[in-house]
Write a protein that binds this ligand. Structure first.
Ligand code: AGP
Length: 369
C-alpha cells in the first residue's frame, strides 16, 4: 500500500499532487495541436443534435455536483444554453421537464453512484441524450450513457475527492468549448484564448502546491475552531461549497459555504469574534461586492483569509491574510482556487488526528439510494 502512495503519507495527499498530471492527461489529445480548437472526437452527438439542444440538466452528487455547478456557469457562458443543476437524489422526484432536446449530463467519479445512475436511467427513459463525465471506464454510468467524456485522473482511493473533481472541471471546459465551437457562440479568438490559458493550468497547480507548508500552518490554526465559513460570489460560491464539503468530510469541523451577498439575510448572526472566514475573491467583476461582504464579517470580528488572484491588491487591504493563486481567466479560476482548500482540509484533518483517507461514516462509492 505504501508503494501505491508513491511516498506520500496518505492517498489524499498523493491525489492532490497528481493533479497537474490529471489536468494534462484529461486535456491530452482533446486539444488540436494548433491550440485553436478542442477535438472531442469520442462524442457521438451530431452538430445538428447540438443545435437542437433546448436545455441542459447537470445531475450528480456531492463533489461531482459541485463540479456541475461550475459546469452550469461554463456552458451558459460559452454556449448560451440554459442549464439547471440537480442533486441526483432529488432529480427524479421533482418531475423535471425532460424532452428529446434535453442534454442530461451526469457527473460521477466512480460511475457507480446509485442516485446518479437512477437519474441517468430516468433521463434516458424520457428520451434525453445522456452524456457522462466519469473517471471509471466500463463503470455502470459509462456503459449506460449515450456519450462519455472520460476524466483521466487515474484511480482515486481517498474518500475525499480531489483530482476527480478538478478533472471534471477540465471535462466541463472542454465540453463548453466544444458546444461553443459547434454553435458559434464564441469567436475563434475567444476559444483560442481559453485553450491557451487551460494549457497553463498544470504548471500553475504545481506553483500552488509549492505553498503547501504555508497552508499547513493556516490549517493547524483552523483546526482549533469548531465552526467556520466559506464565502464567495459566482464561481467562487461553487468553489466555496466544495471547500466546505471537503473540510467537513475529513476534519469534522463544522463549516458553511455562503454566497457572500446572502450573509446579511440571516447567517451574519453567527459571525462572532475570531471565527475564521475563508473568502474567495477571484472574480474581477464581483470583486468590489465581495470586498464589501468581507467588511461585513470583519466588522463582527471574523478573521478573514482571502483567496485572490496574483496582481490583486485591493482585497489585501480588507483581509487578515491572503493566499495568492496564479493569474488565469476568471472562468478557469476554480481549477486553481480549489487546490489551497484541498490542502487546508487535508492538514486540518491531520492536525485533528483523523483518518484522512477513510473518514467516519462515509464510503468511497455510494451504491444505496
Ligand atoms: C467527495 O469528497 C465525496 N466523497 C462525495 O461527495 C462524492 O463526490 C459523491 O459521493 C459522488 O461520487 P461519484 O463521483 O463517484 O458519483
Amino acid at each position: 500500500v505504501t508503494a501505491e502512495k508513491a511516498g506520500f503519507d496518505h492517498f489524499m495527499l498523493k491525489e492532490i499532487y497528481d493533479q497537474p498530471k490529471a489536468y494534462r492527461d484529461t486535456m491530452g489529445s482533446r486539444i488540436a495541436p494548433d491550440g485553436k480548437r478542442v477535438t472531442l472526437n469520442e462524442l457521438t452527438i451530431t452538430p445538428e443534435a447540438i443545435r437542437n439542444i433546448s436545455r441542459v440538466h447537470i445531475v450528480a452528487c456531492g463533489t461531482a455536483f459541485h463540479a456541475g455547478m461550475v459546469g452550469k456557469y461554463v456552458i451558459e457562458k460559452m454556449a448560451r444554453i440554459p442549464v439547471e443543476t440537480d442533486v441526483a437524489s432529488e432529480y427524479r422526484y421533482r418531475s423535471p421537464i425532460i424532452t428529446k432536446d434535453t442534454l442530461v449530463i451526469v457527473v460521477s467519479q466512480s460511475g457507480e453512484t446509485a442516485d446518479t445512475l437512477a437519474a441517468l436511467r430516468e433521463a434516458k427513459r424520457c428520451g434525453a441524450h445522456v452524456l457522462a463525465i466519469t473517471n471509471v471506464v466500463g463503470s455502470s454510468v459509462a456503459r449506460e450513457a449515450n456519450d462519455i467524456i472520460t476524466t483521466w485522473a487515474g484511480p482515486e482511493i481517498a474518500v475525499a475527492s480531489t483530482k476527480a473533481y478538478t478533472s471534471q472541471l477540465i471535462g466541463f471546459y472542454l465540453l463548453g468549448l466544444h458546444l461553443a465551437q459547434t454553435l458559434g457562440t464564441q469567436t475563434p479568438e475567444e476559444i483560442a484564448e481559453v485553450i491557451a490559458a487551460m494549457k497553463e493550468l498544470p504548471a500553475q497547480v504545481s506553483e500552488i502546491l509549492e505553498q503547501a507548508e504555508a497552508l499547513k500552518v493556516v490549517a493547524e490554526e483552523m483546526a482549533k475552531h469548531d465552526n467556520l465559513f466559506f464565502i464567495g460570489r459566482g464561481l467562487d460560491y461553487a468553489v466555496a461549497l466544495e471547500g466546505s464539503l471537503k473540510l467537513k468530510e475529513i476534519s469534522y469541523i463544522h463549516s458553511e459555504a455562503y454566497a457572500a451577498g446572502e450573509l446579511k439575510h440571516g447567517t451574519l448572526a453567527l459571525i462572532e469574534d475570531d471565527i475564521p472566514v475563508i473568502a474567495l475573491a477571484t472574480q474581477h467583476e464581483l470583486l468590489e461586492k465581495t470586498v464589501s461582504n468581507i467588511k461585513e464579517v470583519k466588522a463582527r470580528g471574523a478573521k478573514v483569509l482571502g483567496i485572490a488572484v496574483e496582481g490583486e491588491t485591493e482585497l489585501q487591504k480588507s483581509v487578515d491574510s491572503t493566499f495568492i493563486i496564479p493569474k488565469t481567466l476568471d472562468v478557469l479560476t476554480p481549477a486553481l482556487s480549489v487546490i489551497p482548500l484541498q490542502l487546508l482540509s487535508y492538514y486540518a484533518s491531520l492536525a485533528r488526528g483523523n483518518d484522512v483517507d477513510k473518514p467516519r461514516n462515509l464510503a468511497k462509492s455510494v451504491t444505496v439510494e
